[in-house]
Design a protein around this ligand. Sequence first.
Ligand code: KG4
Ligand code: ZN
Length: 325
Amino acid sequence: MSSNIYILGIETSCDETAASVTLNGRKVLSNIISSQIDTHKKFGGVVPEVASRNHVEKIDKVVDEALKQSGITLKELDAIAVTNTPGLVGALLVGLSYAKALSYVNDIPMIKVNHIEGHICANYIDTNLEPPFISLVVSGGHTLIIYVKDYDEYKTLGTTRDDACGEAFDKIARVLNLEYPGGPKIDKLSKKGNREAISFKRITLDKESLDFSFSGLKSNVLNYINKSKMKEEKIIIEDVCASFQEAVIDVLLLKVMKAVENTKVKKIALSGGVASNSRLREVMKKECEKSKIDLFIPENIYCTDNGAMISIGGFCKLAQKIQNN
Ligand code: KG4
Ligand code: ZN
């Protein structure tokens, strides 16, 4: 193995067919993402069977392009990393079978990477971040606070008891007749809205818990909309978006700060699709500056699903294996 480690990462767990080549677990040499959003938009969400078929059609081209743009040949790769769980089973199978075949035929080791671990690893891109740190993963399928003790040692401190954070954004957006995925639309409309216009519930559960619950907030917003309609009151969509978003962010902030307080680890890394939310980024930056906490947030393109995060997840596993041998 050369001193430079090149890993091809493949991600197909949901509605993005993605591949990337990274160098030494920190630098992205290529990052190709074929999004299926336009296909799923008309159904208001991801249709699993349609997603799998799209992956089958796109994976070859996406991987070829990732290799081409990186300037790295298959022979030069040290490993192929691929998402193995969690995700849509048919979608995952496309990436897994493809990676397995590529690895077998070219005699390149294959490394299976957990999708959530991948999201966390996006924080290593172009940074000097090192564990231990507190990770807040907020995506369409997951909401977790994880204590990252080492590159492959994780302890879950809190999770959602019902909806995931991004799922709450998407469901509220649907009620407001906004297109899928709703998160970016709510983010945009919120900029023109009043965050204090409607006081939606901040569901914090018991004081010591680092768990989340978003279904109550969702009902709270739905009730507000229905009541306003019944009373024939005008609904200012920008205000609903801004007030809902603020309620979500307040709780995320409260819980992640509590995790810092409990562990005394003054380093936070955000990741997952919702981490690209402009207000969340703004609030987190302000709070971390005030409390002298180091904050890491990947560029937007590495917050939502991508192959680079999986490639780097593979690097962490490989590096740990080499160290242990
Ligand atoms: O990480 P991701 O690409 O896929 C999953 O692993 O789930 O996250 C997608 C989720 C969607 O729910 C989407 O609405 C949300 O991330 N999202 C956002 C924003 N951009 C994407 N939510 C709030 N604000 C955004 N700017
Ligand atoms: Zn994801």
